[in-house]
Design a protein around this ligand. Structure first.
Ligand SMILES: [Zn+2]
Ligand SMILES: [Zn+2]
Length: 272
């Protein structure tokens, strides 16, 4: 008897694939030079299997509700829920979704849309989209990295996409061609916030940021590309950056942190 097609999830990056009879031959996201295949080799899991021994926690992360998985799974990120009068946005995404999570997010007002910075956070976005009947906004330049196509995925092109309540998706590029950040003017008590994933990476000291093509494989961006990233962000007012993981945020003075971090970075790139 033919096996029921199932959606396989790459254990290293947490991206869920379209239903297949057999496990996929490889994970293109992890085989790309910006990621890596775990040293023990390619492994797959299904959402049902993941639910057996993992749970999500919903807790405050510097004024926003974060949603992350315990014990840590894949790259260990947390999604952020931006609550807004016109409807909530889920910023970035995680692989695990279960009944308890849906109930908790519904209690916070549900989701009007999901927006994702780049393919390392695509996770099980289609499951989230279906659970909340919410579209997923992805930049079209990264379309080839969508492993589970779905009619709820809305590709957007160009350099920015206006949402509601003044929120804007900004295509920054750099780490990925379609690398996106979310600008929330009401964030940080009205001083403005950028939600970045690792498109602008908050450094360990949480006062500086960095800009790389590959973080796990230590491949930098060029000075010209860093200048371009800073120039793209320059028109926006923000005092805070929410980074890629729990509590990895620049709490204040983030715009200056981006400017001075770019100068420091370029200083280290100079030859001679
Ligand atoms: Zn992978
Ligand atoms: Zn990444």
């Amino acid at each position: 008897m033919k096996p029921e097609p199932r959606c396989q999830i790459c254990v290293t990056c947490g991206v869920q694939f379209a239903p297949t009879d057999r496990v996929p031959a490889a994970c293109p996201v992890c085989e790309d030079e910006r990621q890596y295949v775990r040293w023990s080799g390619q492994e797959w899991i299904t959402l049902d299997e993941l639910r057996r021994d993992h749970q999500n926690e919903v807790r405050d992360d510097l004024g926003l509700s974060g949603i992350g998985t315990k014990p840590s799974f894949a790259i260990g990120q947390r999604a952020l829920l931006v609550r807004s009068p016109g409807g909530n946005v889920l910023w970035d995404c995680i692989t695990l979704i279960d009944e308890a999570t849906v109930t908790a997010v519904q209690a916070l007002g549900g989701l009007r849309a999901i927006a994702i910075s780049h393919p390392h956070y695509y996770s099980s976005m289609v499951e989230w989209s279906r659970a909340f009947d919410a579209p997923v906004y992805l930049h079209a330049a990264d379309r080839r990295w969508v492993m589970r196509p779905d009619e709820r995925i809305e590709s957007w092109d160009g350099e920015s996409k206006a949402l509601w309540d003044g929120m804007t998706l900004i295509r920054v590029g750099g780490h990925f061609a379609g690398g996106t950040v979310l600008h929330c003017p009401s964030g940080a008590g009205g001083r403005g916030a950028l939600l970045c994933g690792d498109i602008v990476q908050v450094a360990q000291d949480r006062r500086w940021v960095s800009f790389m093509y590959s973080y796990p494989n230590y491949v930098p961006l060029s000075a010209a590309e860093v200048d371009r990233v800073v120039a793209v962000l320059e028109p926006y007012d923000y005092d805070r950056i929410y980074g890629a993981w729990w509590d990895r945020n620049v709490a204040v003075d983030a715009k200056q942190a981006v400017r001075r971090s770019a100068e420091r970075y370029k200083g280290h790139l100079q030859v001679g």
